[in-house]
Design a protein around this ligand. Structure first.
Ligand SMILES: NC(=O)c1ccc[n+]([C@@H]2O[C@H](COP(=O)([O-])OP(=O)(O)OC[C@H]3O[C@@H](n4cnc5c(N)ncnc54)[C@H](O)[C@@H]3O)[C@@H](O)[C@H]2O)c1
Length: 390
């Protein structure tokens, strides 16, 4: 197997520049590729800024300056020539299947035969993305979390055709990428299923959130009142939705509605905001007005008494059991560790080793209340046999 020296990152946006910076810190040669010079320049300027901050803190690798590391960073807008000497390509372009497939096709036609082609998609099928690459055994998923320098998780994912050798090489590479906040955690994801592990377990609580948004709207309650139901986290429900982006939620839910269950279809409130172009923080208006910075919900408005934390917790437990049942991972501890590394959130499993029958009751109550079939407790949860997956 060829050792990895040359890394090509496609897409110099939010994720791409983070991946590029960390790969440079690990000592690789990095080429950043985007569709326009101005986009590559912007991404590389952010990498340079990040390196200079680390230099000022004295945390760059021994004997290296920011300028030394930046000397290993090249820029390109020509994907075909950029991958000519690549040992691994990491694609971090927009979350659109047609664009990703095009990148994999061009890379497959032009990269050396040993080059691994990895996608940083958050949800989509790696098998489909690599379909026209001409080297399906070399295509894998490599899912970093945002912000890449700080979030410890990198999921490395098998497509239906990835060779063990490609996945092992991907894991070795991912483990070599430094994290500024602790040691990387790199679970092997055994099945190419929507959302992989972390995003899959945390996706169905969005169905419940949509229920809450729509119910609050129907009952004429304010977003302040709904947010007061869920105080305690770093951001309340509607502010978090605006921060993530209404378009990101909308497209993600549409994708899951086509691949997992129609129950993921975006709710009335999210659909209305999306259609009106009120996409949240990025457009200055979503649920909230962001024109004067991050909105602060009015704590004096009282509560809507709709949202209850016990429901998303039970929903995640149920989904984690589905993840085990589908063979996406074989060990429940991996699910907990993945959520902690990717979201700074304790996973649902360890906490429920003795209390899972309660979660079955909570889910039945939720189905009764919402009529949502997807919340039905799955067989593996009901049997309690999930505890044997270790
Ligand atoms: N932002 C997140 O929180 C996050 C987390 C994990 C994974 N992801 C995934 O990472 C990928 C990138 O997301 P992002 O947030 O960095 O997006 P972004 O919009 O910040 O960056 C995407 C970049 O890709 C470029 N691009 C588009 N088409 C291209 C092409 N054909 N060739 C080269 N470059 C092209 C765009 O010009 C842009 O600079 C997506 O698949 C997303 O789902 C995002």
């Amino acid at each position: 197997m060829v050792d990895i020296k040359n890394v090509v990152v496609i897409g110099a946006g939010q994720m791409g520049h983070g991946i590029g910076q960390m790969a440079l810190l690990a000592g690789y040669n990095v080429t950043m590729v985007d569709i326009k010079d101005e986009f590559v320049d912007k991404g590389v300027a952010k990498i340079d800024e990040g390196m200079k901050k680390l230099e000022a803190k004295g945390t760059l690798p021994e004997g290296k300056s920011a300028a030394d590391l930046m000397a290993n960073c090249k820029k390109s807008t020509d994907l075909a020539s950029a991958v000519k000497d690549a040992d691994i390509m990491i694609e971090a372009v927009v979350e659109r299947m047609d664009v990703k497939k095009g990148v994999f096709k061009t890379a497959g036609e032009n990269a050396p035969p040993h080059c691994i082609l990895a996608s940083n998609t958050s949800t989509m099928s790696i098998t489909e993305i690599g379909k026209d690459s001409g080297r399906p055994d070399k295509c894998i998923g490599m899912h970093f979390f945002n912000p890449v320098p700080l979030m410890r998780l990198i999921e490395v994912i098998y497509s239906d055709h990835s060779s063990d050798e490609s996945v092992e090489k991907g894991i070795e590479f991912a483990e070599s990428i430094p994290c500024l906040r602790g040691k990387r955690y790199v679970p092997k994801v055994l099945k190419d299923r929507p959302g992989f592990i972390c995003n899959r377990v945390t996706a169905p609580p969005q169905i419940y959130q949509n229920y809450c948004f729509d119910k609050a709207a129907e009952e004429g309650l304010s977003w302040d009142q709904l947010d007061n139901d869920s105080r305690g986290g770093p951001m309340s429900m509607t502010v978090l939705a605006d921060y993530v982006g209404i378009d990101v939620l909308y497209h993600g839910q549409m994708y899951y509605s086509q691949t997992l269950s129609p129950d993921f279809k975006p709710g009335k409130v999210i659909t209305k905001l999306f259609n009106e172009g009120k996409l949240g923080m990025k457009t200055g208006q979503g649920f909230r007005d962001w024109s004067k910075g991050r909105p602060q919900p009015d704590k004096t408005a009282g509560k809507a008494r709709i949202y209850k934390l016990k429901y998303p917790l039970a929903i995640m437990m149920n989904e984690a059991c589905r993840v085990l049942d589908e063979g996406i991972t074989k060990n429940w501890k991996i699910i907990d560790d993945t959520l902690m590394a990717g979201m700074n959130m304790p996973g649902p499993m360890a906490a429920n080793v003795n209390t899972w029958p309660k979660q079955v009751e909570v889910l039945n109550e939720l189905v009764e209340m919402t009529g949502v079939e997807y919340f039905k407790p799955c067989e593996l949860l009901k049997s309690g046999k999930w505890v044997e997956y270790k």
